[in-house]
Write a protein that binds this ligand. Structure first.
Ligand SMILES: Cc1ncc(COP(=O)(O)O)c(C=O)c1O
Length: 417
């Protein structure tokens, strides 16, 4: 009881501190955005692309060739395997899934055979889950491991339930655990569409949704490498079932970058055909300035500069969590070497209470449950920490509050038993 009293005392004392801290969303800090300020006016009146295209005019559904080169470097595929799009990869994900569901992409549409299920590794990215749900899919959870989704569970579900049509993947610095999928996991995912039984005649049986949002968002150089999925998919005959996505949202300007979709030739043909209904062509001005700005080895230089800003914040999270919770047995957390998030697990039944306590002290955390389909964490234990937007001092203060709240919530729970 004395320990609880001490925690309550510290909690009450902090109430008077009038903190106002936000560790909720994975947005870049202004300092990171500053790194790309040169983009403004970068074309300097030179509107001709390499192939002579006047980028001020309509056309070019697959995107400019130099923008596709940029996408190819991010996705580690050949430029022919990429379409360069507009300002957000999430839009492309919606577009691809909507087409697969409602009109058919390379085959018949999914919605004719109800239910349609999407596999959601948890904890995962809330917007993926919301997107699939909005299109009328049922969300089925599978556990994440340190090397990616639990592939035994995934293969079992895909082989036995024909309603399962896709799986969400963030293969490098996964949102929110930060793990990098192992080579074995990548191979098994590449082969997954071939396991889907029985494939529908003429149907698009299955899509691996490969959202490589954090592909170059490393803290260490030379960076760890993700095994490329497309060569493995080609070997397995599944390339048209791999839908790859990336963007420069967290390289240059969030919401003002260039997005990419990649995959097998048949898949890309189908995406282009459908895109022609949506638009006359993408914003090639933005594509050209991005391609020029990030040409050559500029991406690595640029990401090193991001890392100088972001890495200290992640180090502060690690230090704060280790100091506040290390050895208590009250939490487990991830130590990513890139990306935007840290995932913290409390004992069962505490996450909602911890988030509410932190809010009382003026520290906004992502709502408990947000990393699970339908916003429901069945064990109520996962908390996503997003340290990029806050300053270093704010991150330190926020993590101190978080660790206090975990201990206080645990002490209150113990006293109720
Ligand atoms: C895994 C993942 N994919 C996609 C996005 C959004 O990307 P975009 O800005 O290209 O739509 C985010 C943003 O947080 C993300 O975490």
């Amino acid at each position: 009881m004395t320990e609880r009293r001490e925690l309550e005392r510290r909690f009450d004392a902090l109430k008077g501190a009038n903190l106002k801290l936000d560790l909720t969303r994975g947005k870049p800090a202004a300092e990171q955005l500053d790194l790309a300020d040169e983009l403004d006016g970068y074309l300097g009146g030179d509107f001709r692309a390499e192939d002579g295209t006047d980028v001020r005019n309509y056309g070019g559904l697959r995107g400019l060739s130099e923008a596709r080169d940029l996408g190819a470097r991010l996705l580690e595929v050949a430029p022919e395997a990429v379409i360069a799009g507009g300002n957000a990869s999430l839009t492309l994900m919606f577009f691809v899934l909507d087409a697969a569901m409602n009109t058919g992409l390379t085959g018949s549409r999914w919605r004719d055979a109800q239910p349609v299920k999407a596999l959601c590794p948890v904890p995962g990215y809330d917007r993926h889950f919301v997107l699939a749900e909005a299109l009328g899919m049922e969300l089925v959870t599978v556990p994440m491991t340190d090397s990616g989704p639990d592939m035994d569970a995934v293969e079992e579900l895909v082989a036995t339930d024909n309603a399962v049509r896709c799986i969400w993947c963030v293969p490098k610095y996964s949102n929110p655990t930060g793990c990098i999928y192992s080579e074995d996991t990548v191979r098994r995912l590449a082969e997954l569409p071939a396991r889907h039984a029985p494939p529908q005649p003429g149907g698009q049986p299955f899509l691996v949704l490969w959202d490589n949002a954090y592909t170059v968002h490393d803290f260490d150089f030379p960076p760890p490498r993700l095994t490329p999925i497309l060569p493995m998919a080609k070997a397995a005959g599944t390339a048209d079932s791999i839908a790859m996505f990336a963007s420069t949202s967290k390289i240059t300007f969030a919401g003002g970058g260039v997005s990419f979709v990649g995959g097998g030739a048949g898949f890309l043909d189908a995406v282009e055909k459908r895109l022609s209904i949506l638009m006359v062509g993408p914003d090639k001005l933005n594509q050209l300035r991005h391609a020029r700005f990030l040409a050559g080895d500029r991406i690595e230089q640029h990401m090193r500069a991001h890392a100088e800003i972001v890495r200290p914040k992640f180090d502060a999270v690690e230090r704060g969590l280790a100091r506040g919770l290390g050895g208590t047995g009250l939490a487990r957390w991830t130590r990513p070497r890139g990306g935007y998030f840290v995932s913290l697990d409390t004992p069962p039944g505490l996450a909602t209470a911890v988030v509410a306590l932190a809010a009382e002290l003026g520290v906004a955390l992502t709502p408990a449950g947000a990393t699970f389909p339908y916003g429901r964490d069945p064990e109520d234990r996962n908390i996503r920490i997003a340290p990029t937007l806050a300053t270093l001092d704010e991150v330190e203060a926020g993590i101190e509050v978080l660790t206090l709240c975990v201990k206080l919530a645990a002490a209150r729970q113990a006293d109720q038993r």
